[in-house]
Design a protein around this ligand. Sequence first.
Ligand code: CP
Ligand code: NVA
Length: 321
Amino acid sequence: MKHFLTLLDLAPEDINYVVHLSSLIKTLHNDLGISEMNLLKGAHVALIFQKPSTRTRVSLEVAIRRLGGVPLYLRWDELQLARGETIHDTIKVLERYVGCVVARVYRHQDLVEMAKHGSIPVINALSDLYHPLQAVSDLQTILEVKGSLKGLKVAFIGDGGSNVCHSLMVACSSVGMDFAVACPSRYPPAEHVIREAERRAKASGSEVIITDSPEEAVREADVVYTDVFVSMGKERERKDRLNVFLPRYRVTKKLLINAKRDYVFMHCLPCRRGEEVEADVIDDEEHSIVWLQAENRLYSAEAVLMYVLKPDGVKSLMRRY
Ligand code: CP
Ligand code: NVA
């Protein structure tokens, strides 16, 4: 049985595989008109959300239905979890009703607990530490736009410790993309993520750069990426964080002069225009690919569900197309 908690658990070839599977699924849907694959026929999937979500929740619900499964959206605060029932007891019950749990949580450790005590696969829909569904989708989007991944440089500007930065760093270093993070020294990526990304970068022939200089990170970048300065769960730190991040780490047109001429701008969304990114950057139709990025969450959600729940079905799909 497989879980999908962090890309640190996936070998580089598996990350590559899920990214390419996402692209294949998009082609099957859009170019070949194959809309229903029924690989999850009859499977019930619980979607437990402790935090708000637009993209992740909706793409997963649609993805599960398109694969013939049945999604059950469950708000954490409406489950007995909110009244103190343990994760252990909750998963022991849910595993008797559903075939998989997808969860968005404040504490990554809660996902680890679910995986440890349950007998069904657990998929991370975002935790304080990682957002692996986002990173798979982002590589699919870069592949679609640039035609390849290896040798490209991604610059991430802002909160180095954000879940999105962590997962993207592991994903990029695994597939041979250079990954530069520009962040204030108070908000670096977690040490264990840097160490593993450096190890993977060495093996894939790429580089991980951590700097406090947005100009240095963006230099000759193919992709410039940012995320909010105040992630969900950190709202009480808002004033402090904005004092540290602004104005230096905001992505502006002026900063982007340092990137390659054909750079693309990416943001996981939701964004705050005027905070981490200027409106004329995110709304620039020539360079910003944020809507395509959001769209691809649907195909990558299908790919991850298949990878986790129906690995044999995927093989037969690959053989057929
Ligand atoms: N990018 C992303 O995960 O968006 P949601 O919070 O809307 O799911
Ligand atoms: N880092 C952000 C990502 C939102 C998709 C957050 O956790 O709020």
